[in-house]
Write a protein that binds this ligand. Structure first.
Ligand code: DHK
Length: 155
C-alpha cells in the first residue's frame, strides 16, 4: 500500500516565524521550514500536508480530515498546546502516530508552558531542537508508521 502523507499542523502565531522573537524561534520562516521538510518527506517517500492556522476549530477540522487522509500527524499547536482540550480530544480519535513538536524547549520557559494537553494524546514529544525538530518529527513519524505496518503484517 502506498504511504499516505504526513500531516504537519501548525497553530497560532507560527505564521510569524522569522520575525517573532527570533532569539527563541529562529530566523527561518514557516515557508522556509516547509520547503526543507518537503525534501525530508520525499526522502522518506512520504508526501506532506503542511498547514498553519490561528484558529482552534480549524485545527480540529484538519485533525478530523487526517483520520482518513494521513499516515501520521506532526503537530506544533503553538499556545493551544497549553489550553486546548478540543485539540486533545480530536487527536485521541486519530489511530496513527502523533508527534508533538515545539521549536523551543518549553520546559526552560514560563511555567504556563510546562503543561501540554497534546502530550496526553501524543505518541512522542520533540522540543528544544529549533526548526530541525520538524524534520526529526517527520522522520520519527515515518519510522513509527513503518513499524506498525510491519507489526500488522506479521503472522
Ligand atoms: C510555539 C509557541 O507559539 C508557544 O506558544 C509554545 C511553541 C512553544 C514552540 O516552541 O514551537 O509555548
Amino acid at each position: 500500500m502506498n504511504p499516505k502523507p504526513i500531516h504537519v499542523l501548525n497553530g497560532p502565531n507560527l505564521n510569524l516565524l522569522g520575525e517573532r522573537e527570533p532569539h527563541i524561534y529562529g530566523y527561518e520562516t514557516l515557508a522556509d521550514i516547509e520547503e526543507r521538510c518537503r525534501g525530508t518527506g520525499a526522502a522518506l517517500r512520504h508526501g506532506l500536508m503542511f498547514r498553519q492556522s490561528n484558529h482552534e476549530g480549524q485545527i480540529v477540522d484538519w485533525i478530523h480530515q487526517a483520520r482518513q487522509e494521513a499516515d501520521a500527524i506532526v503537530i506544533n499547536a503553538g499556545a493551544l498546546t497549553h489550553t486546548s482540550v478540543a485539540i486533545h480530544d480530536a487527536l485521541k480519535t486519530f489511530a496513527g502516530p502523533i508527534i508533538e513538536l515545539h521549536i523551543a524547549n518549553v520546559h526552560r520557559r514560563e511555567a504556563f508552558r510546562h503543561h501540554s494537553y497534546i502530550a496526553f494524546a501524543a505518541t512522542a514529544v520533540i522540543c528544544g531542537l529549533g526548526s530541525d525538530g520538524y524534520d526529526l518529527a517527520i522522520e520519527a513519524a515515518a519510522r513509527l508508521k513503518a513499524k506498525s505496518v510491519a507489526a500488522e503484517a506479521r503472522p
